[in-house]
Design a protein around this ligand. Structure first.
Ligand code: FAM
Length: 464
């Protein structure tokens, strides 16, 4: 049954009225908010039933090593949009990257999924129609403008301030107009939290291209920002703000880029930070500003910048088309210098990241002869054996960041310090989707228990 027809079903009006939405009998596509309003009551029951049946069951042991070891593998969070399998990689609502590349709506003439569709999937677990995705593009275009004072904040940043710091400042400042913060001050009931959280989340995603575009042009030049075109999709508009709107291959790359960077379950630093800060009922702008600060770390999102810095240094030292022997020596010199090989390894994955593979396939299709792409491929053939021989990394295979910079560079987006901003635009999709559900399901304040080393020693001494 189509969503439009389903909207006309008699069971709908009551769910929509309960969420403060009006029932419309006109034949237009169901909006994301309307669909969400329908899904929430059943999901509340689903969670209740799961807790009633399994709530008191143990869910794996907790080892003292996990307390010291960055909580690796500790089951601790609910995250519905995606789950990461160590061998298979990411699944968005159960779907692999090739699945979504096939199933999600595309732009006219395009081959890559539209991130609008991915957001719909993350939020509802359902594949949207072409019409629904087009409505989302329009809705985001209508919400895209940023307040003048945020523009001024960005314009006053020195160009030497890292683009990620500028990004986080601007996103935090959007809290000025938060619907959730306002509703909370006015005494909104807990049951209604999700509505203004949804509005803020949509605003957040919609405003990111204007923030990202302004940072890019302020720092690297390129003149006045063009206006958002409400007839075009989100990725086209972002590409256009960066000065690449007339390059269809770059626009396609951005569609793929945003889609595959959007979500990577809940335990990674940015996603977990967004959820944690959101759990204090900080609004989505405050929560995502915090998440961006985590994404800006070199072991996380900044790795895409680090990879390019490392590749460029390598090229300047051993040439653009080096021999395998020269590359091996360079990799070893990185390790012997006490540094990590950026773009390799992962806290959860134990195989090549399918996000890496998706980008490699894009490159094989669009830029097979690119020198940097060839170097990335050559490194892929050499790094895993070296990391295995070095004997420390649990996963010697490449992650998403090993590839993205080479693709952006090919199209002329060569400013490596900017790369994590694009990651930051994308990751908002996953964090926002979960923030909406956390408010809908009444997720509590996060407050895990911490221990001191002496407390741990005492616990085990008393037991023996
Ligand atoms: N190069 C050199 N050493 C590495 C390594 C790499 N690529 N990956 C892991 N190791 C080392 C690691 O530093 C640790 O050494 P110590 O025992 O001396 O502390 C050891 O191997 C065991 O680490 P692990 O258990 O395999 O990995 P972790 O779960 O601790 O860390 C990463 C995971 C991603 C932080 C780590 O693999 C790394 O530093 N990789 C390079 C940076 C990078 O590409 N980050 C991006 C991750 C990405 F997917 C994302 O978030 N965007």
């Amino acid at each position: 049954m189509s969503f439009t027809r389903a909207l006309l079903n008699s069971s709908r009006p009551s769910a929509l009225r309960a969420a403060g939405l009006r029932f419309s009998s006109t034949a237009r596509p169901v909006t994301l908010k309307e669909r969400l309003a329908e899904l929430i009551p059943a999901e509340i029951e689903n969670v209740k039933a799961t807790r009633a049946e399994h709530g008191k069951k143990a869910f794996g042991p907790v080892l003292v090593d996990q307390l010291y070891g960055g909580m690796r593998g500790l089951p601790a969070l609910i995250w519905d949009g995606s789950v990461l399998d160590a061998e298979e990689g990411i699944r968005f609502r159960g779907k692999t990257i090739p699945d979504i590349q096939k199933a999600l709506p595309k732009a006219p003439g395009g081959q890559e999924p539209l991130p609008e569709g991915l957001f719909w999937l993350l939020v509802t677990g359902e594949i949207p129609t072409q019409e629904q995705v087009a409505e989302l593009s329009k809705d985001w275009a209508a919400r895209a403008a940023i307040p003048e004072f945020v523009e001024e904040i960005l314009d006053r940043c020195p160009p030497t301030l890292h683009p990620m710091s500028q990004f986080s400042l601007a996103v935090t400042a959007l809290n000025h107009n938060s619907a959730f913060a306002k509703a909370y001050q006015e005494g909104i009931s807990k049951k209604e939290y999700w509505g203004p959280t949804f509005e803020d989340s949509m605003d957040l995603i919609a405003k990111l291209p204007n923030i990202a575009g302004r940072i890019y042009r302020n720092v690297y030049g390129g003149g006045k920002l063009p206006a958002i075109d409400a007839t075009k999709d989100y990725s086209w508009n972002l590409a256009n703000l960066l000065g690449f709107g007339e390059n269809p291959a770059f626009v396609e790359l951005l569609r793929l880029y945003i889609t595959i960077h959007s979500d990577h379950e809940g335990g990674n630093v940015s996603a977990h930070t967004g959820k944690l800060v959101g759990s204090a009922l900080s609004d989505p702008f405050l929560a995502y500003g915090a998440a961006l600060n985590g994404l800006a770390g070199p072991l996380h999102g900044l790795a895409n910048q680090e990879v390019l810095v490392w590749l460029r240094k390598m090229q300047s030292k051993i040439g653009e088309e080096p021999t395998d022997e020269a590359v091996k020596e360079y990799i070893w010199s990185t390790l012997k210098g006490g540094q990590v090989v950026p773009g390799y390894g992962h806290a959860v994955l134990r195989k090549t990241d399918p996000r890496y593979t998706a980008q490699r396939e894009f490159a094989l299709k669009h830029l097979p002869e690119d020198k940097m792409f060839k170097l990335v491929g050559q490194i892929y053939n050499l790094v895993p054996d070296i990391l295995l021989e070095a004997g420390k990394a649990k996963n010697p295979w490449p992650n998403v960041d090993a590839h993205s910079g080479a693709l952006l560079t090919h199209y002329g987006l060569t400013q490596m310090q900017y790369y994590t901003v694009l990651f930051g635009v994308s990751r908002a999709f996953g964090v926002a989707a979960q923030l909406i559900w956390d408010r809908a399901l009444g997720a509590p304040l996060e407050r895990p228990k911490s221990y001191s080393t002496s407390a741990i020693q005492k616990i085990f001494k008393d037991k023996s």
